[in-house]
Each structure stands twice: as structure tokens, then as C-alpha cells.
Design a protein around this ligand. Structure first.
Ligand code: AMP
Length: 240
């Protein structure tokens, strides 16, 4: 059982890296932002509650976020573990989380603000299946259309200059201190998020003592291995 938190500023690739981890390690990827977006798209009561806050790039209230996380984790569909993305985002959420769950590590994707802007403002999302694209290096074959389902590519409502400014400010003011809480417990591995996704993924796996994606592909049954990092390797040592 492996329980990870993935943290990083908007556009640092949390979703992409989580998906690469979940495919062969049987981890369940839990994205709090995706849960809210699903509710907005499906016009639920919760969607109506969070839509404006999200579009402005602000943080949803802690009570609601905590109940969403609690409900999601009590589904217990994560036999091999989970990787939670977009949570916790402030000290209170971190304390709530640590009171209720043991975690094995925090993956911190480190990206300078200048690169965040470039990535976020070029990000597109399939309005139908939710796959992410960017107009820099993962452009779709047919402009404006999803390669997988043919759905229309849209810009996230919160991927605007104004909302990005709010999110960057919140990240530095509220979310960075969460890393300090986790660092004190020696959970954090910091990985440079600037290289290509597969390079970042290889580094994450190396630092966490997880089998590499390539080695996994060669395994006869494709099941998760048991390789674990010695505790000392989970400490943050790498500079970006
Ligand atoms: P994300 O996809 O992680 O960038 O999240 C999109 C939006 O959902 C954020 O800008 C917030 O409005 C809301 N959100 C997601 N996770 C949280 C959280 N842990 N605390 C508060 N708001 C959140």
C-alpha cells in the first residue's frame, strides 16, 4: 500500500505525473480539482457552490474541501494506495490530512513562475474526456480536437492571466508553508519539473525507490513490485 501526495504550482504537471504513476502501480489518482470540475460540468449543487470561486482562481473553503476528500477516501477503492493531487493547499488542510492518514511521501514538483505562466496560458483540455494538451509540445493532430475522442479542446476557465495571478499568490502564501509541515516529517522529495514528463517521472520513481516504467513494462505480469526507498532517501536533497 502506497499513499502519496503530489504538490506543485499550477502547470507543474501534477496530473500528468500522477497518471504515469497510477497506470502501472495500481494507485488511484485522486484530484480534488477534477472532482470540483466534474461537479461544475454536471451542474450539481456543489458545482454551483464552487464555480465562481474556481473561475476566479481562488481556493474553495476548507470545510467543503475536507468533506470532499473524506468522502472520496472512504470509498476505499484504493487497495494498492492512492496519489492525491491538489490537496492539501494550506496548513489547516495539511493538519486535517495528517490527523487522518499516514502517508509514504510527498512529491514536490518544482517549477519557476515564468515557466508556470508559459505552460498554463498554453494549456487546453478536452471538453469531453478531460485529457490535457498544451500548445507548446503536445499539440493535437487536428487543431482544436482531442486525439482520443475527437472532443472539442477548451481553455480551463481559470487558465487566464487574472486567475493565474491569484493562484500564484495563493500558492506562495498558503501552499508553500504546507511543504514546510511535510518537510519536518521528512516526507518531501523535490523534483525539477522543467524536463520532459518521462524524465520527471523517472526521477520521481528513482527518488521514491519505485520500479522504473521501462522495467515495469518488461515484468511478466505487470504487477507492482515491492522496491521501497530506505527512509533516508525520502528526504529532500535535490535542488531544481
Ligand atoms: P487544480 O486542478 O488543482 O488547479 O484545482 C482547481 C481549483 O479547484 C482551484 O483553483 C481551487 O479553486 C479548487 N481546489 C482544488 N483543490 C483545492 C483545495 N485543496 N483547497 C481549496 N480549493 C481547491
Amino acid at each position: 500500500m502506497r499513499k502519496y501526495v503530489i504538490m506543485g504550482i499550477q502547470g507543474s504537471g501534477k496530473g500528468t505525473q500522477s497518471q504515469l504513476l497510477e497506470t502501472d502501480l495500481d494507485l488511484v489518482h485522486i484530484s480534488v480539482g477534477d472532482i470540483f470540475r466534474w461537479n461544475v460540468q454536471n451542474h450539481t449543487k456543489m458545482g454551483a457552490q464552487v464555480r465562481r470561486v474556481m473561475a476566479a482562481g481562488e481556493l474553495v473553503g476548507d470545510d467543503l474541501v475536507e468533506s470532499v476528500v473524506r468522502d472520496r477516501l472512504t470509498e476505499h477503492d484504493w487497495n494498492y494506495g492512492f496519489i492525491i493531487d491538489g490537496f492539501p493547499r494550506n496548513r489547516r488542510q495539511a493538519e486535517f490530512f495528517l490527523e487522518s492518514y499516514d502517508i509514504d511521501g510527498v512529491i514536490h514538483l518544482d517549477l519557476p513562475d515564468s515557466e508556470v505562466r508559459r505552460r498554463v496560458l498554453n494549456r487546453r483540455l478536452c471538453g469531453n474526456c478531460g485529457i490535457n494538451y498544451n500548445l507548446i509540445d503536445s499539440t493535437p493532430a487536428v487543431p482544436g480536437r482531442c486525439d482520443v475522442c475527437g472532443g472539442e479542446l477548451v481553455t480551463r476557465e481559470d487558465d487566464t492571466e487574472e486567475a493565474l495571478a491569484v493562484r500564484l499568490r495563493d500558492y506562495h502564501e498558503k501552499t508553500n508553508p504546507v511543504l514546510d509541515v511535510f518537510r519536518r516529517k521528512e516526507y518531501v522529495v523535490t523534483v525539477d519539473a522543467r524536463p520532459a514528463p518521462e524524465v520527471v517521472q523517472a526521477e520521481i520513481r528513482l527518488r521514491l525507490g519505485l520500479p522504473s516504467l521501462a522495467a515495469r513494462d518488461q515484468a511478466p505480469d505487470g504487477r507492482p513490485g515491492e522496491a521501497r526507498a530506505p527512509d533516508g532517501q525520502r528526504e529532500e536533497t535535490r535542488s531544481a
